[in-house]
Design a protein around this ligand. Structure first.
Ligand SMILES: [Zn+2]
Length: 120
């Protein structure tokens, strides 16, 4: 892209004002006039590169999201660290699933327990 350079983090910036290209594109092409415009100020929003290529600043590759959404997107993504976390989450969900599947049996056993406790 003419009139731009790559900064230390790998993002393209305009030579004349050092502003990030993807934020300008996202602001002018996506944010302005959209529903985001009314909810959050642009300065609080994150512009995410969908394909992970920091230099692909096509509007189809940019997504405006909140900080929280952005963390979720990168959490589900494929970094090593988050795999450990997602493993933990899967375990927790499996356990909850197991309880939900067996909830009636658990309740019956619990009631039998109370019943036997009262008799003896
Ligand atoms: Zn991102």
């Amino acid at each position: 892209m003419e009139g731009t350079y790559e900064d230390k983090s790998g993002y393209l910036r305009f030579k004349n004002n050092d502003k990030l290209v993807h934020r300008k594109v996202a602001y002018e092409e996506i944010y302005e006039g959209s529903e985001w415009d009314h909810i959050f100020p642009f300065s609080e929003m994150v512009v995410h590169h969908i394909d992970g290529n920091k230099k692909n600043n096509d509007t189809s590759n940019l997504r405006i999201m909140t900080q929280g959404e952005h963390e979720i997107v990168h959490g589900i993504d494929n970094t090593k660290r988050t795999k450990e976390y997602s493993g933990q989450i899967e375990f927790d969900l499996d356990f909850i699933d197991w309880i939900m599947d067996n909830i009636i049996i658990i309740i019956i056993l619990f009631l039998i327990g109370i019943f036997l406790y009262k008799i003896f």
